[in-house]
Design a protein around this ligand. Structure first.
Ligand code: UDP
Length: 374
């Protein structure tokens, strides 16, 4: 069977890497090739080198001031060439990016079977000005096999009348990636300049509060409020150290550096490569983020997460109690973080909870399922 695995951004690369590695182990049965659209360039390349993945096709589509019209058209047209060259039986896409949606359409045109990894997440807000929900839904319509991370995501797909046989609950491959990474990163021999830099700036006598934020829905007032909340926390608690790898988007950089640039117990640093970020998550006391992937990863490391969003397509974590949804409301961020910093019992309870996103076997389950296909 011929497999083509396609991705374009950092989170997709992290979550598809374990599947690439798993198919590589079975190269006698499967001919597997990797195609990157490079919708994001640098952040993607770091992940590829960490997981030692060499793409067979690199469409290299990132352009300055890229817009969704041009990107979508470029992906579909460039994939035509790849699909005609390799003629895959199965094309794998991940999640909800423009790469995911456009690739699934191209694969549909070519007659390959479309496999959607991390299928069935829904915010139920297709009219949002941000394309993720539409990307997920379109990919869901086009897909032949849906690899749903949780039972909830399977139920979302069933409600859309997807045939039950087309859906397999696997857990999220992000946990597979985390398992592959933690041991590698914690090994004595693992040497990375970013980790040396982090070791120098971290104050071991302080509790580490790790922050990330990038979501477009928080640009503007959202980030201003987030920054004010972090500023208040930093003055309220002299025994914490806030470390914030700041996303490169100027809409994030501007408010963050303006409001938080000069505070002694706040370290603003450049975005980290995936292994260094995993290392830092492992060292943290609590994590405050608007990232989807981080809220799936952190519970496996026993780290409580505050999520700075009003809605989430990941209700399982909220239901399981491994994350707390706090929006971008300054008072709520401060009060929930304070509770975790002051109330040891509440903190300990959260660190013991079971991760609803699986056990790190998702890519094995996907390969097994494909093996059984006629
Ligand atoms: N991540 C990273 N470096 C950072 C921040 C995050 O490698 O400085 C990783 C993180 O471990 C997670 C993924 O990037 O696996 C999440 O990406 P992001 O927050 O950009 O996207 P989302 O998950 O919200 O789609």
């Amino acid at each position: 069977k011929r497999n083509l695995i396609v991705f374009g951004t950092r989170p997709e690369a992290i979550k598809m890497a374990p599947l690439v590695k798993e198919f590589e182990k079975h190269s006698d049965e499967f001919d597997t090739k990797v195609c990157i659209t490079a919708q994001h360039r640098e952040m993607l390349d770091q992940v590829l080198s960490f997981f030692e993945i060499e793409p067979d096709y690199d469409l290299n589509l990132m352009k300055p001031n890229q817009n969704l019209y041009g990107l979508t058209a470029d992906i579909i047209q460039n994939l035509k060439v790849v699909l005609e060259d390799f003629e895959p039986d199965y094309v794998y896409v991940h999640g909800d990016t423009t790469t995911t949606m456009a690739t699934s359409i191209a694969a549909f045109y070519s007659g390959s079977k479309v496999c959607h990894v991390e299928a069935g997440l829904r915010t139920f807000n297709k009219k949002s000005p941000f394309p993720e929900e539409m990307n997920r839904c379109v990919t869901g319509v086009v897909s032949d096999i849906h690899f749903a991370p949780t039972q909830t995501s399977k139920e979302n797909l069933l409600k859309e009348n997807k045939p039950p046989k087309s859906i397999l609950v696997t857990g999220n491959t992000v946990i597979d990636a985390l398992h592959l990474s933690v041991s590698k990163v914690n090994a004595q021999t693992y040497d990375h300049p970013e980790i040396s830099m982090l070791s120098q700036i971290l104050d071991p006598s302080k509790k580490l509060v790790l922050v990330t934020g990038h979501r477009r829905e928080n640009h503007g007032k959202g980030f201003l409020d987030i920054c004010e909340a972090l500023k208040e926390l930093s003055t309220k608690y002299s025994d914490i150290q806030i470390v914030y790898p700041v996303h490169l988007n100027p809409k994030v950089q501007e408010p963050v550096y303006k409001i938080l640039g000069d505070i002694p117990n706040i370290e603003l640093i450049s975005p980290l490569s995936y292994p260094s970020f995993v290392w830092l998550m492992n060292k943290s006391h609590i994590i405050i983020t608007d990232s989807g992937g981080v809220q799936e990863e952190a519970p496996s490391l026993g780290k409580p997460v505050l999520v700075m969003r009003d809605t989430t397509e990941r209700p399982e974590a909220v239901d399981a109690g491994t994350v707390l949804l706090v929006g971008t409301n300054k008072d709520l961020i401060v009060s929930k973080a304070s509770k975790l910093l002051e109330d040891k019992n509440a903190y300990d309870e959260m660190t013991k909870l079971h991760n609803p996103y699986g056990d790190g076997m998702a890519s094995k389950k996907i390969v097994e399922h494909i093996r059984k296909q006629k």
